[in-house]
Design a protein around this ligand. Sequence first.
Ligand SMILES: Cc1ncc(C[n+]2csc(CCOP(=O)(O)OP(=O)(O)O)c2C)c(N)n1
Ligand SMILES: [Mg+2]
Length: 670
Amino acid sequence: MPSRRELANAIRALSMDAVQRANSGHPGMPMGMADIAEVLWNDFLKHNPGNPRWADRDRFVLSNGHGSMLLYSVLHLSGYPLSLDELRNFRQLGSRTAGHPEHEIDIGIETTTGPLGQGLANAVGMALAEKLLAAEFNRPGHDIVDHHTWVFLGDGCLMEGVSHEACSLAGTWGLGKLICFYDDNGISIDGEVSGWFTDDTPKRFEAYGWQVLRNVDGHDAAAVARAIRRAKRERSKPTLICCKTVIGYGAPNKQGKEECHGAALGSEEVALARKSLGWPHEAFVVPDEIRAAWDSRAAGRRAENRWRKSWKAYQAAHPELALEFERRTAGRLPAGFEDQVAKGAAAAQSAGQALATRQSSQAVLNALGGSLPELLGGSADLTGSNNTRIKGTAVYTRSDPAGRYLHYGVREFGMGAIMNGIALHGGFIPFGGTFLVFSDYARSSLRMASIIGTGSIFVLTHDSIGLGEDGPTHQPVEQLASLRMIPRMEVWRPCDTAETWVAWAAAIRRRTRPTVLALTRQALPPQSRDASQLDAVRRGGYVLVDCAGTPQCILIASGSEVAIAVEAAGLLARRGVATRVVSMPCTSVFDAQDAKWRDSVLPPAIGCRVAVEAGAPDGWWRYVGSRGCVIGMTDFGASGPGKDLFRHFGFSAEAVVNAVDSMLKKTGDN
Ligand SMILES: Cc1ncc(C[n+]2csc(CCOP(=O)(O)OP(=O)(O)O)c2C)c(N)n1
Ligand SMILES: [Mg+2]
């Protein structure tokens, strides 16, 4: 029987060999945390390599994601479908072993982070989701949801501010099944952290309300196992296990130094490390008896089968709940969803009520909330402004885990990363609100939502200078354009309640991609549409107002500027200028339509085009072309009533008419 140290050395060897072969990567962390990983994987982690999607598996998050070779090694060794060839192709184009893996559940990767600190915050979301699902679905004698969330994290994760936001909430929320291992190796890229990181980390986490296990020798398997057992006994507080480790453990000349953090050790040092570790095997060779000791497939199958037995008993005792649990964890929407949306949008269309779109959003949420218990809303301390609390929803507290509304406090970044963790865990559709301008604080979590592929919904209100008196610090200018530039992100900016229904429905359907809903503070008039126009909203851009015959000019607008374009079209029509108005609530969805649709909305022959949006103009040039005109914000706003600001910055029907006039004069069309 191989010793624990030998089992851990398999991680060390695979990691240093893969990094050496790629001549790129991070050997230090995997070699330093190998002993901890060995204990966790072989003695504690509840998982089944044969079914990485098992709903009640433990979740493992590698927050210090640069140590990805550690994760690839343990996944490979424990029997996930990740071949040795993939390890040999570490960091190569087309391999499944990227520098920083993000999410690939079929090989057991829940999430890891490139951007330090965010994995830890994702894990807080996962642990919260577990607690909420357990409260909702477990019944006496039937604990079908009962798993832990484990995190590896480093100095970098703790230096990052998002760790404060998320860990503060984890303490307040009482997430007792969140267990984190701090790789306290005293080293980050620039060297010994004593020059830039001298927090008393244990005190800091105790102040958050965590259980902290100090000074655990991260190279002593028995000590690590003892700490884990203590952590598991504590059910009301998250646990931080502070593990003293040596970065690059086993590399005789480089261990304990920043040199081994992020560069191949070099063939000489690799050879010396083999000697000092007592690992005589060739590169990428793991002896059979060590492989056999690591192989968790049989144990994993047994663990899942035990759960399946209790699941069967649950199904028999609570058939309806069991069906609902299956639906929720599979991420399927209820059968009546599409009908409800169609009816809701049609009713909003005929009601024709003037509302701020943040209020429209509230109305949609109130209508859908009852039939979509998976909606898990929240706000970063702007609930009354974001209108994100579904009517009748209780607030989640540590003692009321049935609550379905989250007060994230003033923690935009933490909120975004926690939402991503909730989405990755499954069972919920997280949405969270703040002002559009503060999406900058959360930005990296929106970007990561797109990369990882989470269906998080970001409800961003106060979406332009139209918010008024709060002034330039609160008035978004560049945010709409820059959020639209995040690949795979869908940004909806509806112009009234009917469009808000369509936008929300699109966001809810999109379970593996994130959505931004940009909503106004100020009231907007309803627009009239016939049934086919209402149906066309889902295409992201459509003809809202048309003229007889071929238009002489086309006005394109989103959100609060649609009403201005419609008013301008009326003025132009009265003067005999045939004008079309295109409402464009979601540019990327419009771009994804076939050419026939796009050309029917924006006929290529018509060059006189004006786009109006109270934001940075950049993205609109592709719709108006070089002969067109964009009315947008090219500088910051100002403090004053929203109506005055609109006029001051040129967002009025008259300004649009003037723009059309000067274009038609130039082309001699009029
Ligand atoms: C947000 C963010 N900033 C910077 C980096 C670049 N980076 C990667 S690892 C690292 C140092 C991390 O130190 P530590 O967590 O102590 O890792 P160790 O060297 O101990 O493995 C830095 C700065 C990053 N990945 N993410
Ligand atoms: Mg470190």
